[in-house]
Design a protein around this ligand. Structure first.
Ligand code: DAH
Length: 342
């Protein structure tokens, strides 16, 4: 019995309390409602009468020791948890932070813009919801003219109160008009942006895509200037030195041309991409039609200029070897993360 008291006293002294859990275990064992000291008090009736007093005193001392130790541990245990929150483990690896990537369309657009910046072109912008005048009429598409069907248009249905017919712009050529209306020659701009056409979505076409428009207006600008500028672009962007201009038609340019870059026929991929011709079509271009200049308040007797327009998706698909244009619009992280560092 007496040994039991010594045993418990030693247990109280030796009990390690470092955490809040251990402190609670200590409390339950020595101070709780069913603690081991209470069990010893129950043995009082077996103690001979002459020893009862001493036994009682020893038990009380034991109880006090338990309380004293508990109070001491209470301070250190809580202060040690405080210390832990104050000092994080600086050697622990951080949480991974996913870095974003540029969209391949942005990568290619930025590169094209930079190439033209170097020869004095600045970026111009216009609205994506455009009126019929800026998208068509000012660009020499007469009302009801079949040329308007070259570009299937998404019309914006109004409530009958809109002052004019609105549509999603079908090309960035509308920005040419906005710039010529507000700026005086010399004008040298590049206009990247989103365009919209009412077309079925497939691997080769989408109803939303991106174009870059270029416009250069000054006195005495010639077709040769245009060709030189486009050769510069082909060399800078594709690393190719040979281009050709095929006659074409656009209402807003006269003469008009389609620009092909000579790619070569060295690999299987070259054959596929150029359909066995070695030539890759990259854009439309032409000398700005005098009617367009006049529509925008520019004297066509004094000034001339050229314009060009290219689709970014096709160029980006070629650059990165992407077979399906729909990838550009799906925002699939696995697809996009391939362009890290591009
Ligand atoms: N706007 C034409 C299209 O979307 C592309 C184009 C062709 C733009 C010739 C031009 C140009 O500026 O001169 O198909």
């Amino acid at each position: 019995m007496w040994d039991k008291i010594d045993e418990i006293n030693k247990e109280i002294d030796d009990f390690t309390v470092e955490t809040a859990e251990q402190l609670e275990q200590f409390r339950i064992k020595f101070l709780g409602s069913k603690n081991v000291i209470k069990d010893l008090f129950k043995l009082m009736k077996e103690v001979p009468a002459d020893q009862k007093k001493e036994f009682g005193q020893r038990l009380n001392a034991l109880k006090q020791n338990a309380q004293k130790r508990f109070d001491g541990h209470n301070k250190t245990a809580t202060s040690s948890t405080d210390k832990k929150t104050e000092k994080p483990d600086v050697t622990r690896p951080g949480f991974p932070l996913e870095a974003g990537t540029r969209h391949p369309i942005s990568v290619v657009r930025n590169e094209i813009v930079t190439i033209f910046n170097r020869i004095g072109y600045t970026v111009a912008e216009g609205p994506e919801i455009e009126n019929d005048y800026h998208n068509f009429t000012a660009l020499n598409f007469p009302e009801e003219h079949p040329a308007r069907d070259m570009q299937d248009t998404f019309f914006v249905h109004d409530n009958g109160q809109a002052p004019e017919k609105l549509a999603l712009r079908t090309h960035t050529s509308s920005v040419q008009v906005r710039v010529m209306e507000t700026q005086k020659p010399p004008i040298r701009i590049i206009a990247p942006g989103r365009v919209f056409r009412n077309e079925a979505i497939s691997a080769r076409a989408h109803c939303i895509f991106h174009q870059i428009e270029g416009l250069y207006i000054d006195e005495g600008v010639s077709f040769a200037d245009m060709k030189q500028t486009l050769m510069y672009f082909a060399k800078e962007f594709f690393g190719k030195t040979k281009i050709r201009l095929r006659p074409s038609y656009f209402p807003f340019t006269e003469p008009s041309a389609e620009v092909d870059v000579y790619w070569g026929l060295e690999t299987e991929a070259d054959y596929r991409m150029t359909k066995g011709t070695g030539w890759l079509e990259i854009m439309g271009c032409g000398m700005v039609d005098p009617n367009v200049l006049e529509n925008c308040g520019i004297d066509s007797e004094k000034y001339s200029g050229f314009a060009f327009g290219m689709g970014i998706e096709r160029i980006a698909a070629q650059r990165f070897g992407i077979g399906d244009l729909r990838h550009f619009f799906e925002n699939n992280i696995e697809f996009l993360s391939q362009f890290k560092g591009a």
